[in-house]
Design a protein around this ligand. Sequence first.
Ligand SMILES: *[C@@H]1O[C@H](CO)[C@@H](O)[C@H](O)[C@H]1NC(C)=O
Ligand SMILES: *[C@@H]1O[C@H](CO)[C@@H](O)[C@H](O)[C@H]1NC(C)=O
Ligand SMILES: *[C@@H]1O[C@H](CO)[C@@H](O)[C@H](O)[C@H]1NC(C)=O
Ligand SMILES: *[C@@H]1O[C@H](CO)[C@@H](O)[C@H](O)[C@H]1NC(C)=O
Length: 773
Amino acid sequence: MAAPPKLCLPITIVLVVLLSYCNRPISGAGNPPPFACDVSKNPDLKSFTFCNPSLDIDTRVADLVNKLTLKEKIGWVVSGSEGVTRLGIPGYEWWSEALHGIGSNGPGVVFDQNNVPAATSFPQVILTAASFNVSLFHLIGKAVSTEARAMHNVGAAGLTFWSPNVNIFRDPRWGRGQETPGEDPLLSGQYAVAYVKALQQRDDGDQTRLKVAACCKHYTAYDLDHWKGFDRLTFDAQVTQQDLDDTYQPPFKSCVLDGNVASVMCSYNQVNGKPTCGNPELLNGVIRGKWKLNGYIVSDCDSVAVLFNNQHYKSSPEEAAAVAVNSGLDLDCGSFLIEHVEAAVNRGLVNESSINRAISNNFATMMRLGFFDGNPSNQLYGNLGHKDICTKENQELAREAARQGIVLLKNLGNSLPLSPTSIKSLAVIGPNADDKNFNMIGNYFGTPCEYTTPLKGLTSYVPTVYHSGCNRIFCDVAQVDEAKKIASTADAVVLVMGSNQSIEAEGLDREDITLPGQQQLLISEVAKVAKGPVILVIMSGGGMDVQFAKEDSKITAILWVGFPGEAGGAAIADVIFGSHNPSGRLPMTWYPQSYAEKVNMTDMNMRHNSKTGYPGRTYRFYTGPTIYQFGFGLSYSGFKHRLAEPLPTIMTVSLETGHACQSSDCKSVDAVEPMCKNLGFGVHLTVKNVGKLAGSHTVLVFSRPPRVHNAPRKQLVAFRKVHLRPKGEEVVRFEIDVCKDLSVVDELGNRKVALGKHVLHVGNLKHFFNVTI
Ligand SMILES: *[C@@H]1O[C@H](CO)[C@@H](O)[C@H](O)[C@H]1NC(C)=O
Ligand SMILES: *[C@@H]1O[C@H](CO)[C@@H](O)[C@H](O)[C@H]1NC(C)=O
Ligand SMILES: *[C@@H]1O[C@H](CO)[C@@H](O)[C@H](O)[C@H]1NC(C)=O
Ligand SMILES: *[C@@H]1O[C@H](CO)[C@@H](O)[C@H](O)[C@H]1NC(C)=O
């Protein structure tokens, strides 16, 4: 967006002042961002080691920490960090958000008509994840980090972004499931790594520096916000070691080990009786110790205050501050630490060396971001500004991302795509059709550059008539007669239904997973009178029980569109009218309403329990009925797989001499070196488009391990998306590493290779093979 013209009043007395003011790139909120080591203001800074960009970061950090008093240090353990004027260090606001575009949730980001009025709003993450396209994840992240740097340069955003959210979408009722890449650890991990790298990696390849800093949150086992009196601030998640290590932790592990993320945020909830932000095993032990985070650990906002005030975890504020810092927390989003940690030091509960560790991690991150390298306009990315925000390319990418994520769930008699030339009138019905509330943006949002509602998108293809059909999204009153009237005379009907942030959001979990209020009644009644195809479009974060629509032969097609972002309406129309062949796959299981009635949201167990009748969670463990399964999604084309090369039917693992399993019966062996070395095989599949339209197809490779260690019944081990012309085919190659990809986590959290019969399957293709000693 271009900067608006500046008004300068020629009042003589203040002319000089005003002129210099007007010569800045932009007035008011468009000021350059704060930065340290401004030698133009203070030439003495030149001689400071910490201001010298040619020295290594550790040396600079050590120098800086050495120069600070305890009070000054404590100013840098909170998100609104305090400036140290005598050393030319300004204050810094750490809290900016960029979940699917720059969001205004944190005080670090400011949208302002006179500076940056808007930024590109990509689809909510759950829909982007449904594209199963890792290069798309990366492209979105890159566009976001460019807009982020551009906004930073004009004083509208920070450098530290607390995104992505990589919690496993364990329960369909969770209001924040929409923010996540879904229920599968592999997909979540791959999404996280691609997004984090795209936010952080610089174009000059300098790995020691960051474009902007990402943050993987909320660590860990956090996926309940507010449900039937249970609240995230006080919820104590009871999690087994096995579930922790093979479901809840893997996306975070990928973030740190493969994504090299600059930050991890600990969550509000407790895990097994301990607040995550005050848990030394989880912070010092795992993130810092095992995974070796190169960056800072931040608390969720006010999480340290919460562990004292809401959870009463410690009996004094100083002890609460101490447990957080001593557990490994570096930065408090909030003010609890600035208020109480000095007293904790004075009482001997926290050593100054721990404060030094915390601020060293924080400063190191800021140094990697160039904050201590003087004027950012002289640095890489210094030229980014207003012209780089809401660009045509980014907005087109937002539309493309929505198209790629949209999932076709039903298409009776190929009723879709509709022909734009033969449809003379289209009835558009539903509370999300002419969405005036920015419902398509989902949560963690900024102001979108533009906004194309479904009605607008559809109207750009064919003439439409519209009725909302419901008094509001809750649909307490369905306007059935009015809707039927327009439906009965139209050539086709599109119903745009579902939820919005008043139904599923942060702090708001659902109790029911059916469509709200009388939406179902409206849909069924409209379908009865329609004379042509009826297309049901479901806008939601979580799955909906739409069994009625699946079964109703008058409802010819169903699309799930997530919360598709600023260009969502255009993307929906592109899919409906066949400008884009849908290829999205559900990144989460769609359960029936009975699931929500039977299963406590508070039950964190992933595995089913036959004694209690607990059905388990996600496609990996749940065996009950589903509405739609994880990975499901249709296309306007058909695709077939066959093995391009035969696969081994026996894998023999060679154990070291004297290994216990050579003399006794073992069900599994530890997935460790040297046995794991070169233990694997290639899976080469020929994928063919057997339909009439070009399209993309995601190959999902699942494994079914032997039933030992209560292993998942099925597990995604690899995926790849390919684009194929009609009749086109391509060989897709996967390298399967037995220890990494086919191992399971045992009851104690150790990775094991199960011995016995394994199955690999891709669509209808199944391959059995034995792992033996
Ligand atoms: C402070 O440091 C001393 C010496 O290393 C150590 O013995 C003590 O346990 C530390 N105290 C805390 C609260 O970490
Ligand atoms: C959801 O939609 C209703 C109208 O149907 C609107 O009143 C409400 O503000 C929306 N919720 C949010 C959070 O925008
Ligand atoms: C669900 O949780 C409630 C409250 O904690 C408990 O009373 C009830 O027995 C639980 N139900 C099941 C099926 O686990
Ligand atoms: C993945 O996304 C990129 C970026 O939009 C696109 O160019 C590519 O075709 C997509 N891949 C497939 C197989 O659809």
